[in-house]
Ligand binder design. Sequence first.
Ligand code: HEC
Length: 368
Amino acid sequence: MRFLRPALLLTAFLAGSAVSLTAQDPNAVAIEALQRLKGNDLESNPALKGAVNKVLNQITNQSAFVELVRDFDLKERAPEVLDFVRRHPGDALCLDGLQFVLKYDSASVTRALEHDEDAPNLLVLLGKTGRAEAVPSILAVVKDGKRSAASREAAVRALASTQEGAKQLLVLVGEKGLPEALAILAVHELQAVRWPVIREQALKMGASPVTAPPILPPKGELLKIPGDPERGARIFRKPEVGCMACHQVNGEGVDFGPRLSEIGAKLGKDAIYDSIVDPSAGISFGFESWLFTLKDGDETLGLISSETENEVVVRLQGGQTTRLAKKDLLKREKQAQSIMPTGLQDNLGAQGFADLLEYLSTLKKATR
Ligand code: HEC
């Protein structure tokens, strides 16, 4: 198929004759053709634009829709991109889609947030975009006493994940503008942000509402406690422990940090202990974290997934990727700190931590 010119393919598709080229998904041919037409200026070629839109109309339910609308910069289709994001909040292209919508039609995001049921998912994604223009609409949800607890909590977390949002949240807490439960959550989130000035102010806002974790025995003693791998496997999978939000074992979990299916063959228990207690001490190659600052002041923190002459694809916590155009970048800084948080073992208790270590040491060969 490579020898066919994209425009030709597209014409063939629209005439109905390309359908036989692929039995499973007739749209695949057209999508591929469009992907190769990227960079063509559609505004100066109405016939091509019409053809592109015709294909897009048939694939509004696929990630390729978001990708193509973005790449052809079809502003007028921003509302449909937002629709896609709301229907598929877990799709890998959601963040890119949402960035696109924020760029052209941030008012529609504000309106979408009014639907309380979809709001939490959308808020999590908005926080991840790191974009300051999303802050006013997120703030409105936090302040609105008529919204559900789930929406308001998601909004607090989303605010704390951008610098501008965190600043505003700090002000709101200072003014005692939040009910107690939300204020506690806000202070807790703000005490963990990566902007030192904000973090320090939050730390001054009284003792951390989080109760002090039990103190674990020193390393030598902990490593001697016999662990139960089956209990450890359950601990690894607990959402509140969080390992699976960043690691995969045999295909299960989120593909963000290194896969751990064979970690027991790579590292001894002692070294596994170190990589949990002090993740920044030996950051695995290719998993260094980078902070990108955009010219408009926005920031994105993540791992570099790939890079071309014009853009960097950044993998964010949660597994989504986002594309940053190099022309929009002010600077990029490699972080000395791992994205893997410290203190994850603190709430496990000595036995729980020993179980987790035992489980990880048994992972020697990937089973899928
Ligand atoms: C926010 C995402 C995140 C969470 C949550 C997280 N990790 Fe990690 N982890 C990473 C990243 C990124 C790396 C690679 C960078 C580094 O080595 O610090 C890593 C590295 C590791 C390594 C070393 C891997 C290697 O190949 O050397 C181990 C072991 C590990 N994590 C275990 C865990 C366990 C167990 C948990 C749960 C208690 C956990 N991680 C939670 C992101 C995370």
